[in-house]
Design a protein around this ligand. Sequence first.
Ligand SMILES: [Zn+2]
Length: 284
Amino acid sequence: MPELPEVETIKTDLKGKITGKKITGIEIIGRGSVKSDPEAFEKVLKGNSFKDIGRLGKIVVFSLEKGSFLLIHLKMTGQLIYEVAGKTIAGGHPEPKVGRLPNSFTRAYFTFEDGSKLFFNDIRRFGYLKITDEEEFRKIEGGYGIDALSPELNEKKLKEIFDKRKKAVKAVLMEQELIAGIGNIYADEILFEAGVKPQRPAGSITDEEIKKIREATPKILRIAVENRGTTFRDYVDANGGTGRHKEFLKVYGREGEPCGKCKGKIKLTRVAGRSTRYCDICQK
Ligand SMILES: [Zn+2]
């Protein structure tokens, strides 16, 4: 599933391409993927244009010129593909390869005044598109915790989040209502960087360790953003290329390989129902 760095990459890539263009057509193919009344959805979008593209946790947020917001959550297998003059710019899950559009995985697409198109493809249909007004958007936003890249995510705030929680620290890092943007990949990477075992109860994390997790969080996420996110399983960036980050990941997908710090073996386990990689020696 795309996490903060992948969504941030899509956002940045699409921003320069589609903002300000009038939406002249909307096709909804997979009704289940649109979490708004289809008629209202069309009515709000047609003739409108995207003023800006932002991010709420792992959601791409398109602010519309005439108020309202279009939210797109890619979830497990969503793709956003922009087609302009026969060229495609894709972000999201890398499989299947884009090919001809629309295809059997296209759930909805938008046509802009210049003939370019934005497709939402999703094999497994967990992703969605949703229109909200300002009030509903603020409500949804209110359900999210502090953004993982926010400068306000300081040691004090992190201590408050971890305090007395019995849940594994990895699970807490991935809980969107507490901290928004981190998923399975980057939770493992952050905890490896910080030297903290993912299965430790959040409430047992010491002040010194909180400091390390606080430092590791923006560091790991920024490196990922610079590398345009990870490639494997889920993600191709919005310029059609795969992200480069996989090779820089230190534990994710590296079970059985030697740890880059101690040469011990990276272990694979399950924490909070998710596959989890860590070094038993470096992480305490
Ligand atoms: Zn190690």
